[in-house]
Design a protein around this ligand. Structure first.
Ligand SMILES: Nc1nc2c(c(=O)[nH]1)N(C=O)[C@@H](CNc1ccc(C(=O)N[C@@H](CCC(=O)O)C(=O)O)cc1)CN2
Ligand SMILES: Nc1nc2c(ncn2[C@@H]2O[C@H](COP(=O)(O)OP(=O)(O)OP(=O)(O)O)[C@@H](O)[C@H]2O)c(=O)[nH]1
Length: 437
């Protein structure tokens, strides 16, 4: 239980139609008495006058809601003051709250931190909540919402309890190892269960980084010879002049990135320097970056100008087919061999091109059918867990050592959900939150 009661404006920037000020902690009942004159009935929106606790001045009128702990967002007593969203109105209420003993302004993410500390949410749910507030696309929203509702928590806690149970059986066998009448076969069942778990984790990890790409954005690199129209295409997609376009070959030097939505997903598109042999040192560096961008991209779009078709250079041939899309550009100048052709001068073919991109992205990212891990942190912990499980099933090892590997496997899952040793992680996660959340 925290001694301090915290408060903050939880709704967005001012002015706004309505502003919600949230108060959480042990002094909530006292605060309600002081500001509202009484404690409103639990969980009922109640019309109230908000008054200054010492002067009795009317500050605003609005709705108040009292959520007695532990059935509240934070698990503590919570009071919401829903007033008018004017800057001065909100300021007056915040000032009045600050004057009450035992109250202080909340730090970023502090309400959620208390929810975590009171076991109302685990780490993956907190991350989901943080992602939900950051979500810009339908795909991100859907994934973040289900993560905030605990799909990953349920999965990982389930696995962790399987491991704990397996370990209990092994430990029991170790304890009875000296007694002749206890058969040594309990553990055989345990190990086949562990093997099943290893396969489940491996299936979960082997998802083409679907969840991470939904969260971070699917990356597309535009590549082609100089003057193929890469920057023109980027500008057409962005609907603004992001990159410089000139008739001079070798205009783009550094890579240029834009973020946009395609269908349900966030996409990061990179314009790159045209690929060619050159002695210009700056251009050479640009080309190096272009090749790097191609290697890191989830999809490479190769632009082949219709008036001077160009094949993919040798150093990009390693890119798998499903990660490559070749399009013909400058379709107004000549006929292209490519299936998809665009002209940025006449804005032809862009819709077909975008539809093809959407199709390819949807195929890779799906529609949130199953729970997907969404951060590298999850991937690391699951890999570590899986490694420990693999060590534990080696029958040549001592049973005690195998049990210890199981313990470590469980601990990796415990860190994933925040059941153990996560102080350092918490600061990172809460730094992503805004004040009032
Ligand atoms: N006015 C308001 N709207 C809001 C929030 C809020 O805090 N205030 N939220 C803030 O993020 C979100 C909703 N999250 C909430 C989560 C749990 C509880 C809550 O009181 N839970 C209780 C009771 C659940 C029930 O009745 O089924 C509990 O879990 O015990 C409230 C809001 C979005 N909308
Ligand atoms: N006719 C025609 N010209 C185009 C089209 N797209 C681009 N251009 C012209 O082609 C030239 C090169 O365009 P950019 O978009 O700068 O080409 P780039 O591939 O980014 O070139 P680098 O930066 O040199 O690699 C410019 O003069 C554009 O106006 C098109 O669809 N049709």
């Amino acid at each position: 239980m925290h001694e301090k009661t915290i408060f903050a404006l939880s709704s967005g920037s001012l002015p706004s139609g309505v502003a919600i000020i949230r108060v959480s902690g042990p002094a909530v009942a006292d605060t309600a008495e002081k500001i509202l004159g009484c404690l409103p009935p639990p969980r009922k929106a109640t019309f109230s006058r908000f008054r200054h606790p010492s002067t009795g001045d009317l500050l605003d009128e609005g709705l108040s809601i009292y959520f007695p702990g532990p059935n509240s967002f934070t698990g503590e007593d919570v009071l919401e003051l829903q007033g008018h969203g004017g800057k001065a109105s909100v300021e007056a209420i915040l000032t009045a709250l600050a004057s009450i003993e035992g109250l202080r302004v909340a730090e970023a993410g502090e309400f959620s931190r208390r929810a975590f500390e009171n076991n109302r949410m685990d780490l993956t749910e907190l991350e989901g909540l943080s992602d939900l507030i950051a979500a810009q696309t339908e795909g991100q929203r859907r994934q973040a919402l289900s993560q905030s509702q605990g799909v990953l928590r349920a999965l990982y806690e389930g696995w962790r309890s399987d491991i704990i149970q397996a370990r209990a059986l092994i430990e029991a066998e170790l304890d009875f190892a000296d007694e002749d009448d206890v058969p040594g076969s309990v553990s055989d069942q345990v190990w086949s269960g562990v093997l099943t778990l290893i396969n489940q984790i491996s299936d979960h990890l082997d998802d083409g980084r679907r969840g991470e790409l939904i969260r971070e954005g699917f990356s597309i690199a535009l590549l082609g010879p100089p003057n193929a129209g890469k920057s023109s295409l980027l500008n057409a997609l962005a609907r603004r002049d992001v990159a410089i376009v000139t008739p001079q070959a070798g205009t783009t030097r550094d890579t240029i990135e834009i973020s946009m939505r395609i269908g349900e997903h966030l996409v990061v598109i990179t314009d790159t320097a045209g690929l060619r042999q050159t002695d210009d040192e700056i251009e050479r560096e640009g080309i190096k970056r272009a090749v790097q961008a191609a290697r890191h991209a989830d999809l490479v779009v190769w632009l082949s100008p219709s008036d001077a078709p160009a094949d993919l250079p040798v150093k990009l041939r390693e890119i798998p087919n499903e990660q490559l899309l070749t399009i013909g550009t400058k379709a107004d100048l000549a006929t292209s061999q490519c299936e998809i052709v665009v002209s940025t001068v006449y804005t032809n073919g862009l819709d077909v091109f975008l539809r093809e991109l959407e199709d390819r992205i949807d195929k890779r990212l799906g529609h949130g059918e199953s729970a997907a891990l969404s951060r590298q942190r999850h991937r690391f912990a699951l890999n570590e867990c899986s490694n420990c499980l693999r060590l534990s099933i080696q029958s040549k090892l001592d049973l005690e050592l195998r049990s210890e590997h199981l313990r470590q496997a469980g601990d990796h899952l415990g860190r994933l959900t925040g059941r153990i040793d996560v102080e350092d992680l918490l600061d990172v996660i809460f730094s992503e939150f805004c004040v009032g959340k």
